[in-house]
Structure formats: structure tokens, C-alpha cells
Design a protein around this ligand. Sequence first.
Ligand code: SF4
Ligand code: FES
Length: 257
Amino acid sequence: MSAQKGLNLTLKVWRQKNNKDQGQMETYQVSDISIDSSFLEMMDILNEQLIGEGKDPVAFDHDCREGICGTCSMFINGEAHGPGREITTCQLHMREFKDGDTIYIEPWRAKAFPVIKDLVVDRSAFDRVMAAGGFVSVNTSGNTQDANAIPIPKADADKAFDAATCIGCGACVASCKNASAMLFVSAKVSQFALLPQGQVEAAERVQNMVKVMDEEGFGNCSNTGACEVECPKGISLDNIARMNREYLSASVSPSES
Ligand code: SF4
Ligand code: FES
């Protein structure tokens, strides 16, 4: 059985020393890349090559390498997480490319996600949005009700679960011309709004999360739908509509304070 020849590629990679540096694209060549390797494995090979040449390796985020942690943020040929639908960069394989291709690799670009180095951006703005309300307060003092004792309609449970699959990767922000975080925030609001456990704090949650989202410098939603197309978890725009309803109803409800 003859082994398939590997890919020879030209990589145009964004290099930026730190947040103050202006940054620029650098050109690298990699050769004999197996079509079975993942995109991140190809980046590892590039970095081994750079280290061998005494150069600074390309900084990029990664952790699980199986589509769960949401850290492998990269813009590849102008698309968040590259070609292919509903995958993260770590789930992208080199078989999607052809021998001789030139691949452009850039970080997420959004005011709220400043570049730390090369392809690594600071997504802590998402953490601050979550800290503002992306949780359910539960009394865990020993008298907690068994979650299975609360009946939940199957359709609601399914929608809540779908919303909860958001991995906080930020592709929605990076793909949006306004750098809006509405898909992310609406997924987090929806996963609780659909369940009885989340309804106690629902009004407070949506108002606080939206407030922090705006303060962090994310843009407004203008319904282009780019976020939904590029989301690796297929989070639906329906969540944005639900969050808008939640926000409106919280704004008109009489406040307890
Ligand atoms: S909504 Fe989708 S694209 Fe946005 S952070 Fe969640 S998983 Fe990533
Ligand atoms: S490295 Fe975890 S989702 Fe890609």
C-alpha cells in the first residue's frame, strides 16, 4: 500500500508580540503534512520547525483538542475555525486543504477580545458576563430538592440543553461585523430561562448580563446571522429572540426593590 503524499503549504500567520505591538503577517512553509493530521497538529509541526530554527513559536490557545473547551480560537482563511460547519479548529483536519494551498491564520478580532500574543486573545470579557448572572443560586444546605422531582416539558429540556452546549469560544463575536456577543449571552440566558430552576432569578439575570455585555464593548446585533453560521455548536438565533423577550419582560415588570 503506497503512502499518500503529504501537503506542502504556505502559511500566512499573524504575529504580534503583545497587546501594544502593531503586529503583522509572517510567511512560513510547511511540508509533507499528513491529511489525517488536525489543524492544530499542523500548527505544532510549524512550531517545532520554528523552535529548531531558533525562532519564537506561534502562540495559540488549545486545551481539550476535542471540541469541548472552546479555546482554540483562530480565523482561518477568513472564517472562524476555518472551513467546515459546526466544528472547532481542533476538529478541523488537513484533508480540507489541497497541496500548494496558502492558508491565512489570524486571531479573533474584536475590541472586547484584545490580542495577548499572536493568535491568543483575552476572552475574559465572557467570564465577566457570566459572573453577572450566568448561574442559578441554589441552597445546598442539605435540603436540596432532587432535580428529577421537578417535571420539565421535554421540548423545554431539549431547548435548554441545546443552549447549554455553547462552549464560550467567541466565534460568534469574531464572525459578527459588529462584534456582537448576543448569541453567546442569549445561549447562557436561555439555558436557564427555559427551566423552572432558572426562573427565580430570570429578570435580574438577563438585565445584569446584558448590562455587562454592553460595558465590555461588544457591539449591537443587527441580525446578519453570521454568528449562527460560524457557531461550532449550532446555537440558534432563536435564543437571541428569547433573550430579547426576556429582557423586555424584565424591563416592564415591577421591580421588588
Ligand atoms: S454561541 Fe456558539 S460561537 Fe458563540 S461562544 Fe457559544 S459556542 Fe461559541
Ligand atoms: S482545543 Fe478545546 S475546543 Fe478546540
